[in-house]
Design a protein. Structure first.
Length: 305
């Protein structure tokens, strides 16, 4: 009989593309991964890996077995979920990943609600960018991912993953307090075409959205400064060094040298939750999704204008 943990290891190599990636996904050493794969090869009597440059690739037999392993692991998780649903108890552990502003603007309320409603559930937060959280969701390192995209730039959701919308987040422009438009009720991007911009690092999803938005509005790329934290971006704006587009979700009070002005038309990004299809009926997963939806309904984005 094939060993389930060895099949899990082979599947991790298949999905991550390397022994090192599998080791990171499974939280073991690369040596442990190699040992599991060697034992699996002896079990099936066929080569499953072959060298490719400095790395390895799956053989045809390895690809075939990895495909079966993926289906088997989904069935195991589905069986565990159905048994948990049969018990009906919201218990065990659960990890929710969220991008930075959702982690700040939604997850504290969600985690507090889960602790109050389900004391036997241990829920934790991991702050991750959407692409990273989707990868970890597929590898079953996390249970729910809170992600974002824009209507004009939808995020690709892999097969086997379910999705539920949570809210639409509005973004405003942050201007220095002495800016000529700082006291306006609204402003357009066309009116700001000569501004320098404060944006996000190039490896973050918001970076691409900002550059593409400026380009679609015929504005020359002038992102002069980048920072991951909105507090840092706002400090640069307060110093009079540029303008920034800041979401309302998770936003605190503006620094004294900054004014938020609504953009016309208002840019909106979509925030939604993802989970594996095989965990849909897991009581802990259902409880966390309800808590996320409740927190999203309580978050009045329009009141933050």
């Amino acid at each position: 009989m094939l060993n389930l943990e060895r099949l899990r290891t082979l599947h991790a190599v298949s999905t991550t593309g390397s022994v090192r990636g599998a080791a990171e996904a499974l939280h073991v050493t690369t040596s442990a991964v190699s040992q599991q794969l060697s034992r699996l090869e002896r079990e099936v009597g066929q080569r499953l890996l072959e060298k490719q440059g400095r790395g390895v690739r799956l053989t045809d037999a390895g690809d075939l077995l990895a495909e079966h392993a993926g289906r088997l692991l989904q069935q195991v998780e589905l069986a565990e979920t159905d048994l948990a649903g049969h018990r009906g108890a919201v218990a065990g552990s659960l990890t929710i990943a969220a991008f930075a502003t959702a982690a700040r603007g939604l997850l504290p309320t969600v985690l507090h609600a889960l602790r109050q409603r389900h004391p036997n559930l241990s829920a934790r937060l991991a702050e991750l960018e959407p692409t990273e959280s989707i990868a970890q969701l597929r590898h079953a390192d996390i249970d729910i991912a809170v992600v974002q995209d824009w209507p004009e730039e939808p995020l690709a959701v892999p097969d086997g993953i379910s999705c539920a919308p949570l809210l639409e987040d509005v973004l405003d422009v942050a201007l220095p307090a002495h800016h000529p438009f700082a006291d306006r009720s609204t402003v357009t991007l066309d009116e700001l075409r000569d501004e320098d911009w404060v944006g996000w690092p190039s490896d973050e999803i918001c970076h691409g959205w900002l550059e593409n938005t400026l380009r679609r509005n015929g504005i020359e790329r002038r992102v002069r400064h980048t920072a991951s934290e909105h507090s840092t971006q706002l400090a640069v704006v307060a110093a009079g060094l540029g303008a920034a587009v800041i979401p309302r979700l998770g936003r605190g009070q503006a620094p004294s040298g900054v004014r938020f002005v609504p953009l016309l038309p208002a840019p909106r990004r979509r925030v939604f939750a993802l989970w594996r299809n095989s965990t849909t009926n897991r009581p802990a997963c259902r409880a966390a999704l309800r808590a996320l939806q409740d927190a999203a309904q309580q978050c009045d984005i329009n009141a933050m204008a």
